[in-house]
Design a protein around this ligand. Structure first.
Ligand code: NAD
Ligand code: UD1
Length: 332
């Protein structure tokens, strides 16, 4: 068992990862400033875990508080989820994004160095690949960010590479997530974005429950089987277990390691709508709208390196993703 600090642990992916870590016998400590979550999320997390979860309210840019937390809580490893994540907003507010995300990561590394804790798993994103040159996308695919959000992820990955060269005893993993969806089967925790959702699945769920009238399908003239965009949707509990696998791997392997976390399979927007209708028993009315600026036709992962190296694969089905997301949607 080890003590694992989750920055941004009250958020969507962090809270699910906390469940997976607790189930595997680790002690989790949540560190979050609640800028995109609320303390009630940690209460629900505690209900799922069946025990209180130590929670520190703080910003990752508060290096002193972070360092104190690492020492007081005897933290062995950190998973760094905290950050801002809306691509469109990052174009409008680049300074906020660099301050929160890049400065936040530097502050965390300083605190970890000060506390002598050198094991870190970082939430990166498939967005670092930019427009795919080939599919499926493997970890050797060239990187090119197309937004300030994506550039933050790339900058942080580069910082981690430099840290690992300077001191090879650090154990660092950059996990490039594809499209996380779904919720814990309890329906107690899940993705609950503020305002109108930017991403497909939370939008679909809100249409199905009657909160929003209809979905706009952004383009049906892409070079894909049905003309709509294809993405690699991964169940958030599979993603959560990928973090566990990465932590286990780091115990044996210092250095910086980069992994795709996806399923290796793509689904179109229309396939996602159909699957959600089947899972919820509710219609999801939609209309075809123009393409969204910056969108690509298809994006899905090569998962062979992760499977071989981490001994981890996503196992949950599209049905599981939709059913769990629907269960959570009805609870909120
Ligand atoms: P989320 O917004 O639900 O969770 C992030 C959490 O971090 C929130 O609880 C927020 O309050 C907290 N936070 C933000 N800035 C902070 C700061 N300065 N100090 C302390 N806490 C702070 O997001 P998520 O979907 O769980 O994403 C987690 C990570 O995964 C992010 O780094 C995101 O960029 C990355 N990621 C997410 C997706 C996705 O589709 N959800 C895809 C790829 C990568
Ligand atoms: C988005 C982010 C990406 C991030 C990823 C993580 C953008 C431009 N990109 O990717 O950086 O890593 O989330 O999950 O925001 N769609 C609709 N109608 C909608 C919403 C989406 O048709 O209302 C379509 C999109 O055109 C796309 C698919 O659904 O084909 C998935 O969209 P979304 O969930 O926003 O994810 P990505 O665009 O893949």
């Amino acid at each position: 068992m080890s003590n694992v600090l989750l920055t941004g642990g009250a958020g969507y992916i962090g809270s699910h990862t906390a469940v997976a870590l607790a189930a595997a016998g680790h002690r989790v400590v949540v560190y979050d400033n609640f800028s995109n979550s609320e303390p009630a999320a940690v209460q629900r997390l505690a209900q799922v875990v069946g025990a209180p979860v130590v929670t520190i309210e703080g910003d990752v840019r508060d290096t002193a508080l972070l360092q104190r937390t690492l020492l007081e809580q005897k933290i062995d490893a950190v998973i760094h989820f905290a950050g801002l994540k809306a691509v469109g907003e990052s174009v409008l507010k680049p300074i906020d994004y660099y301050a929160n995300n890049v400065q936040g990561a530097i502050s965390l590394l300083q605190a970890m160095q000060g506390a002598g804790c050198k094991t870190l798993v970082f939430s990166s994103s498939a967005t670092v690949y930019g427009d795919p040159h080939y599919l499926p996308i493997d970890e050797a695919h060239p990187t090119r960010a197309t937004s300030p959000y994506g550039r933050c992820k790339l900058h942080i990955e580069e910082i981690l590479a430099d840290v690992s060269v300077a001191d090879p005893s650090w154990r660092l993993a950059a996990l490039r997530y594809f499209n996380p969806v779904g919720a814990h089967p309890s329906g107690l925790i899940g993705e609950n974005p503020n305002g109108i959702p930017n991403n497909l699945m939370p939008f679909v769920a809100q249409v199905a429950v009657g909160k929003l009238p209809q979905l706009n399908v952004f383009g049906n003239d892409y070079d894909t089987p049905d003309g709509t965009g294809v993405r690699d949707y991964i169940h958030v509990m599979d993603l959560a277990e990928g973090h566990l696998a990465a932590l286990k791997f780091l115990m044996q392997h210092p250095g910086l390691h980069t992994f795709n976390l996806g399923t290796g399979r793509g689904y179109s927007v229309l396939e996602m709508i159909k699957a959600f209708e089947a899972a919820s028993g509710k219609p999801v009315p939609y209309t075809v709208a123009p393409r969204r600026a910056g969108d690509i036709a298809s994006c899905y992962a090569s998962v062979e390196f992760s499977a071989q190296t981490l001994n981890w694969r996503a196992t949950r089905s599209l049905k599981d993703m939709c059913e769990s997301s629907w269960k959570f949607q009805q609870n909120i």
